[in-house]
Design a protein around this ligand. Structure first.
Ligand code: ADP
Length: 494
């Protein structure tokens, strides 16, 4: 089956979170299974910089062409390379004035305007025109999140006037339902959709355009990144106001847990950590712990539990709960290492805690890939107090690194961590807590600390975690089933 992924992010060219990891890893796993897959993404400034740093440049895939949007011509180039470490083609849609943003992938225009619909609308329309020009028609157009949502809509609603879409099926993957792509209705003509779609109820929401809603209505199959999140988004609490439309499409929704890129995240080969280790020989983990103590300014001989935490400092991740619980945890002998950047109030709270507890709380502010590996390897436990978490990757990295996750029971955290309940040592590999409160979090971290000092039990749980197969191969098989279903429901040959 021929699969084309459309995504705003893709590791190593552009990443702000898990979306970039998935778009970089899933196609490689599919190719390893013998599937014919490629990736399309905007030629962001970070992608251009990635090539420049390596003194190389992607090749031109076809002659430049022009896409007209509301009467304005946009000259576009299609550049081609391959995903590092694979033969998977990656096609970049190049239009520097819109895609080269100094402030980041999703930064507004120089005049401060959020022109996301315009930018990503151009991306999708140019990608499809590019596919036509290079003679590559996918069996599955796989659109990730709201940015390429237009791809699913064009596939569903254009076939009567563009026969190219006749035998293409679409899959939408929702990585994060909080971001929906909401814009003024006056921008509808920029999408290039049939006029009647505007008022048919599929894309309009509260008088505005909602691109994610449009793709939910249009896609042949909708996937989300964990089975629990697939259920949660159909509830008023978890649906970010799209639960109603998702319930209508319930028979098309599947939850597929993300995998992890084991070429990047494997303690036996990791290029960032001091000492390699595996389930068979865990001695290197003690070296990594000592090195993390050195980096954090902690006493390495202190046998107390070290808890790591990494992520974007946003309300979603619940780090405010951890920061509130931290003084009590520190009093009880626990040391905490946090790495993250985001909301200034949370960054300020981290700095304050560090100032008051210099040898027990360490706040690393910013984005640091190498340090994230060192924290995963060197900590004893890893906390993720997310208010919601579609899948989450860092708890899966922790499992692979023999670092036991302590997570709130939500989304992919509930699906990937098996909590210890006192009589399930054959499978337990972490800890759950239910309520998003500092008290509930503290109670579970203290429970983990209690288990931590029962070394045999802890060791067994570490081995359980390291034995879990979170590789992409497993998830890629489930996506293959989803693609078959997408073609089936559209009445296309498999
Ligand atoms: P989300 O996609 O919601 O941000 P995930 O857990 O799915 O959450 O993915 C986050 C990814 O970003 C992980 O690979 C994590 O290691 C990485 N990450 C997040 N914040 C940082 C940071 N400050 N420094 C290094 N890596 C980070």
């Amino acid at each position: 089956m021929k699969i084309s992924h459309l995504s705003a992010e893709c590791v190593p060219y552009a990443k702000t979170g898990g979306l970039g990891d998935v778009a970089g890893a899933l196609p490689k796993a599919q190719a390893a299974r013998g599937e014919d897959t490629d990736v399309w993404l905007p030629f962001h400034l970070s992608a251009a910089q990635w090539f420049r740093k390596r003194l190389t440049w992607p090749e031109q895939a076809c002659d430049p062409f022009v896409i007209g949007i509301m009467g304005q011509p946009y000259g576009v180039g299609i550049l081609k390379s391959t995903l590092p470490g694979s033969n998977v083609p990656v096609y970049f849609v190049a239009h520097d004035p819109l895609f080269h943003r100094q402030g980041g992938l999703y930064a507004p225009s120089d005049s401060g305007i959020d022109d996301g619909l315009w930018r990503f609308g151009l991306f999708v329309r140019a990608a499809i025109e590019g596919m036509k020009r290079i003679g590559r028609k996918p069996d599955i157009l796989h659109c990730h999140d709201w940015h390429p949502a237009l791809g699913a809509m064009l596939t569903a609603w254009s076939s009567w006037r563009d026969r190219w879409f006749d035998d293409v099926a679409s899959v939408l993957t929702i990585h994060n339902i909080a971001y929906q792509g909401i814009y003024g209705m006056e921008l509808f003509p920029a999408l290039g959709l049939p006029a009647d779609v505007a008022w048919g109820g599929q894309i309009e929401f509260d008088g505005a355009l909602n691109l994610l809603k449009g793709a939910i209505c249009a896609a042949d199959i909708i996937t989300t990144v964990s089975p629990t999140f697939a259920w949660e988004i159909q509830t008023p609490e978890g649906g970010a106001r799209l639960d109603g439309i998702l319930r209508i499409r319930a028979d098309r929704i599947l939850g597929i847990l993300n995998g992890i890129d084991t070429t990047e995240w494997n303690p036996a080969t990791d290029r960032y950590i001091l000492s390699h280790y595996s389930a068979e020989d865990l001695r290197g983990k003690a070296d990594c712990r000592a090195y993390l103590c050195h980096l954090a300014g902690f006493e390495p001989a202190d046998p107390g539990m070290i808890v790591g935490a990494i992520g974007r400092l946003t309300d979603q991740k619940g780090f405010d709960l951890l920061l509130e619980a931290a003084p009590e945890l520190i009093r009880r002998g626990i040391r905490i290492v946090m790495l993250g950047s985001g909301e200034p109030a949370l960054e300020g709270a981290m700095r304050l805690l560090e100032a008051h507890n210099p040898r027990r709380f360490r706040a690393f502010l910013g984005y640091d890939e190498a340090l994230s590996h060192r924290i995963e390897a060197g900590s004893d436990a890893f906390v993720m107090p997310s208010r919601f978490e579609p899948c989450g990757l860092t708890q899966m990295y922790a499992l692979a690194y023999g670092t036991l996750p302590i997570v709130r029971r939500t989304g992919g955290l509930a699906d990937s961590v098996i909590p210890y309940n006192g009589h399930n040592l054959a499978s337990a590999n972490g800890f759950h807590f239910e309520y998003a409160s500092p008290g509930a979090l503290a109670a579970e971290v203290l429970h983990a600390q209690h288990v931590f000092f029962q070394r045999d039990i802890w060791h067994r749980m570490v081995l359980n975690g390291m034995a879990v197969d979170n590789s992409w191969d497993h998830s890629a098989g489930q996506y293959a089933d989803a693609y078959r279903r997408a073609r089936e429901v559209r009445g296309l040959p498999l």
